[in-house]
Every structure is written in C-alpha cells, then in structure tokens.
Design a protein around this ligand. Structure first.
Ligand code: PLP
Length: 383
C-alpha cells in the first residue's frame, strides 16, 4: 500500500464558502449573495492595455519579484494613497493576496509557532497557518463589534506567538479597525516582538472614514507585512495579481518561496496592474456604487427584522440571525432551499461567526431588492 497523504491536510476541512457555491451551481433561480466578488467586469482601459501587451508579444516570464515598472507604480500608489512608504525592492508581486498570505506564513513560521487570529475571519488564514506548521490561536471579536480588542490579543500572547493576522476592512463582517486600535496593536507587537500580517485587500473600499494602513503608523514597518491586491478594488479577481511588502529581511527570504513555487505573476496581469493604478476614477465609481447598495441593503435588512450593524468597508454585511433560533448553517440551507437566496453561514468564518450570515452586496441593485423580498418571505415562514 502507498504511504498516506499529508497528515496535516487530513485535518483541514474544505472551504465552507465553496460548499455553498457548489450548492448554488446545482440550483436554478437562485440569487447569490454568497461569493465575495465585484459584479463589475475589469474596467475597459485595463483590459485594453493587457490586450495591447499580448498583441505586441509581451508573453514571457518576468523577474521573480515582478516587473520593476509595476513595483514602482505600486510603491508610489501605497505612498500617495495610504502613506505606506515602501521602495520597489520591498515588494513582491504574487498570484493574488492568497499566495501572499501563504508565502508570508511559510516565511515566518517554525513548527509550533502560534499565530493569533481575530475571528470571524477570512477562510484561508487558519488552514494556511496549519499547513505552515503553525498553531492557530483564535480570539472572538463578536463581543467588540468585530474589531479585535487589544486586551484580548494581549491575553492570547505566549512566548510562542510569532504573528497576528489583521483583516481590515474585514471579510466577512465589513468592520474596519480604527486607527487608535491599530496603534495599540502596534505597541503590543513591539513589546512582545511579533509580526503583524495586515491583509488590506479592501483598503479602497471604505465608506465612512479614510482608511488607515497599518504600515503608515510611525515605527510599524519593521513589524508588519502589508498585503494588498487588484482583485476587489479594481474588479480583477481573475487576473490573480496581488503583492506583499515588508522589511528587507523578510522579503529576501519570502522571494525564495515565490521563486520556486510560482516563479512570477503573469506578465499580462502585471501590464494590466500598471494601467489599473492609473485609473483611480474607475475605483471611485465602483466604490460609490457599493456604498449606495450597502446603505439600501443594510437598512432594509434591519427593517425586515434581521439586526445588522452598518459595515464601514468591503462589500459584505453580517446580519444576526439569532432571533430565528436557527443555527447559521440551517438558516442558510433553509433560505437557499425555500427562499432561493444563497448566503454563507457565519460559522464557517470561525469563532464568533455562529448566529450570523455573510451577505455580499456586490450584486445588481434589482437582485438585491428581490433577495430582500425573498428573505422577508422566508423569515415569515419561521415565525
Ligand atoms: N483576503 C481577503 C480578506 C479576501 O476576502 C480575499 C478574497 O475573497 C482574499 C484575500 C484573496 O484575494 P486574491 O483574489 O487577491 O487572492
């Protein structure tokens, strides 16, 4: 008999979001609020530039860390947009933020190192920590409006703490971590000497106040790895382009993993990325549209009896379904079967997610309105 597959992998369940995605694929007439994806195609000037690059035969590998022009543009963008100062050599272009998270964890972790995860949180973090040999130390943010409480973080710190992952604006809740809390977290990172991995993929999609990048805090850069990418803000999920930025000691090690496991990001996507950064007006158009949909959707959810706090960023909201007495999984399955609306049960996002559902409102406004009617009808059947 052949030897067994990776034993760590056997302990990791498949993505809970994907399971619901597959259920939707088998149903007809379902409105999906399940997948976290812009409903816009990539803006035309970006697509046009990519087409032109292919037409002129630019189809080769690039340097491992990515084309210098693309990294220069990103460095400029991070500085001008978020006051996060990196030089092009501090940046590696990755196959989406997904690869960036994987590389960062594999660069930092030794077996048994602990990573603090404020939860509910994006589904890739915990499995990737485990695959890197690390141990997840979850903390529940549901009691602090889904913003990690520095006191709870401090309680979770042990001599084995190597890193903390922050996701702001958050998937799945839409919560944004205020600057004052980021400062407290930085003070903890300095005191206890751990890394902060800041997933800022939704940085452009913040609504009520300007976004604070962790790296922009004085003295933060030596402690943090900044993750960002093109998928969400630029409606470029299929291009698979993201980047990580960090101190030289980190980058010089991280590049080895990227070099061997991915070689480089797609050259076509890199040309598209350079063009994307020249079109902040396209991002703003989409941001405004999400904001309008957020306002309508969240208000109506509250009106029909699902208590929902106003998310300050990303394109998700996280209604409480506790009043129905159902588990989030049963609620979501029932809503899919009887109401023909797909949402993701909050439990899949870890501690504190149970009792909530994640709805992505990056969906056409008419479909959102119809989904609200269906949710209301479904709620009536539960009373
Ligand atoms: N990080 C967060 C918080 C996300 O929500 C997602 C996708 O949903 C990703 C990372 C993955 O993004 P990418 O398409 O850049 O791999």
């Amino acid at each position: 008999m052949r030897k067994p597959f990776s034993s760590i992998l056997e302990t990791i369940p498949p993505s809970g979001i994907r399971r619901f995605f597959d259920l939707v694929a088998n149903s007809t007439d379902v409105i999906s609020l399940g997948v976290g994806e812009p409903d816009f195609p990539t803006p035309w000037p970006i697509r046009e530039e990519a087409i032109a690059s292919i037409e002129s035969g630019k189809t080769s590998y690039t340097s491992n860390s990515g084309m210098p022009e693309c990294r220069e543009q990103i460095a400029l963008y991070l500085k001008e947009r978020f006051n996060a100062v990196y030089s092009p050599q501090d940046i590696i272009l990755t196959l989406g933020v997904s690869e960036g998270v994987d590389i960062a964890l594999r660069t930092l972790l030794n077996a048994g190192d602990e990573v603090i995860l404020p939860e509910p949180n994006y589904v890739c973090y915990a499995p990737l920590v485990q695959l890197s040999g690390g141990k997840v130390v979850p903390i529940d943010t549901s009691l602090s409006q889904f913003v990690p409480d520095p006191k709870a973080i401090e309680k979770a710190i042990t001599p084995k703490t190597k890193a903390l992952i922050l996701c702001s604006p958050s998937n799945p809740t839409g919560a944004v971590i205020p600057k004052s809390v980021l400062k407290d977290i930085l003070a903890l990172a300095k005191k206890h000497e751990f890394w902060v991995i800041a997933d800022e993929i939704y940085a452009e999609l913040s609504y009520d106040e300007p976004f604070t990048s962790f790296a922009s805090l004085p003295g933060a850069k030596d402690y943090c790895i900044t993750m960002n990418g093109f998928s969400k803000a630029f409606a470029m999920t299929g291009w698979r382009l993201g980047y990580l930025a960090g101190p030289e000691a980190f980058i010089s090690r991280a590049i080895k993993i990227h070099q061997y496991a991915a070689l480089c990001a797609s050259i076509t996507s890199q040309y598209a990325g350079i063009e994307a950064l020249k079109h902040p007006e396209e991002v703003e158009k989409m941001r405004k549209s999400y904001e309008g949909r957020r306002n309508l959707f969240v208000k109506r959810l509250n009106d029909i009896g699902l208590e929902t706090f106003m998310p300050k960023g990303a394109f998700y909201c996280f209604p409480s379904i506790k009043s129905t007495g159902l588990s989030s999984e049963d609620f979501a399955l029932g809503l899919l079967e009887h109401g023909k609306v797909a949402v993701v049960p909050g439990g899949v996002f870890g501690l504190g997610g149970e009792g909530f559902i994640r709805c992505c409102y990056a969906t056409h406004i008419d479909l959102l309105k119809e989904a609200l009617k269906r949710i209301e009808r479904y709620l009536k059947t539960l009373r």
